[in-house]
Design a protein around this ligand. Structure first.
Ligand code: CP
Length: 322
């Protein structure tokens, strides 16, 4: 049987003004749209019989994941593979960090192996910014503490864009532990830059003070108020490890006050549901909502591969022919 030729990559767009993707605070609307448009092109590659393009042949991508991950880690690995880049990965438990090696020394050793792009997940806010200062590799933030998760926010807005014509009239509510959520912070940056209205909702103990003025958002402690007039509700994972901090009385109580159920879907017939994952079924969302046709959670995951292809494609150093 004849093997079809590999498909062409989308025509190479202009590179980004930024060298790294650390957070979205300095990305302007034109750059965000450029990333989203490029990701949309790659989304079509994922539906082709051969889902690989030769664009990043000769480029090497190292994933350093010092915190657990399913979606981000696998989708960066798939994205690099779909672009024909060479990939290596390291987890905290399998690395010499367990023998006391510092993050800086780890990254400098990775760089000495001629790696071009480092994808970093780390529990310390600012760890990717630190690496960007002390190595020459391109750094992509795959989640740093409670600070930022830029590729998650970009894949979220990419998924929203499949359902709306413009961000200008879009009302998005983000529900959950806003204080500790890097997903919320990056989504607020992306959505407000693109012109959407954002409402943040959660128990008072999970809503940072001063957020309304600092980030141009609305806040509420009432789920119904967050869902009124809302087009897309994004529920955030309740971090069980924080239950000892007394942020909410019990998961049952949290679900009662902030969990989205099919009753909410009935009352808001056009509402779409998103969640960055991993979902605690029966807490942020009822079981039936997770599997409901208006939950676009798995589209977020598929779009994550295309979006991360776009990020690697636009940030990887361009190679001249030898
Ligand atoms: N959304 C997200 O970051 O999921 P993972 O922790 O599984 O990567």
């Amino acid at each position: 049987m004849a093997v079809p030729d590999p498909p062409d990559a989308p025509e190479r767009p202009a590179p980004l003004r930024h060298r790294h993707l650390l957070d979205l605070s300095t990305y302007e609307a034109t750059e965000l749209r450029h990333l989203l448009d490029t990701a949309q092109e790659f989304r079509t590659v994922l539906d082709r019989p051969i889902r690989q393009v030769p664009t990043l042949q000769g480029t090497s991508v190292a994933s350093l994941f010092f915190e657990p991950s399913t979606r981000t880690k696998l989708s960066f690995s798939l994205a690099a593979g779909r672009l024909s880049a060479e990939t290596v990965s390291l987890s905290k438990s399998g690395s010499s960090v367990t023998k006391g090696e510092t993050l800086k020394d780890t990254a400098r050793n990775v760089e000495a192996m001629k790696v071009d792009v480092v994808v970093l997940r780390h529990s310390s806010p600012g760890a990717p910014h630190f690496l960007a200062r002390c190595t020459d590799s391109v750094i992509v933030n795959a989640g740093d503490g409670a600070h930022a998760h830029p590729t998650q926010a970009l894949l979220d807005v990419l998924t929203m864009r499949e359902h709306v014509d413009t961000f200008k009239d879009l009302n998005v509510s983000i529900i959950g532990d806003i204080t500790h959520s890097r997903v919320a912070r990056s989504n607020v940056q992306a959505l407000t830059t693109l012109g959407a209205q954002v409402t943040l909702c959660g128990p008072a103990t999970m809503l940072p003070v001063g957020m309304e003025d600092a980030m141009d958002v609305r806040t509420t402690t009432r789920l119904e108020a967050a869902l009124d007039g809302c087009d897309i509700a994004m529920a955030l994972r309740i971090q069980m490890e924080r239950q000892d901090e007394g942020l909410f009385p019990s998961t049952r109580e949290y679900h009662h006050q902030f969990g989205i159920t099919t009753d909410h879907l009935r009352r808001h017939p056009d509402l779409l549901i998103m969640h960055p994952g991993p979902v605690n079924r029966g807490i942020e969302l009822s079981d039936a909502v997770v599997d409901h046709e208006r939950a676009i959670i798995l589209s977020q995951v598929t779009n994550g591969v295309a979006l991360r292809m776009a990020v690697l494609y636009l940030l990887a150093p361009q190679r001249e022919e030898a």
